[in-house]
Design a protein around this ligand. Structure first.
Ligand SMILES: [Zn+2]
Length: 63
């Protein structure tokens, strides 16, 4: 059985689990929060620099 990427608990099948692949809504929230907080490191730079998740901004600020 698949395990929750957040807490490691067993995850119910997708057909019976609205928050798949997480075990419960709380874990989905935690995972989403990590993305928004910029704690996930994107190892491959597939995203353009202009795409932001609310993390550190590197926008040029010209006066
Ligand atoms: Zn979980």
């Amino acid at each position: 059985m698949k395990r929750c990427p957040v807490c490691g608990e067993a995850v119910a099948p997708r057909s019976a689990n609205p928050v798949f692949p997480f075990c419960k809504p709380r874990c989905k929230q935690i995972d989403l929060g990590q993305w928004l907080g910029g704690e996930y490191v994107i190892s491959q730079s597939l995203l353009p620099a202009s795409v932001g998740f609310g993390g550190p901004r590197h926008d040029r600020e010209t006066d």
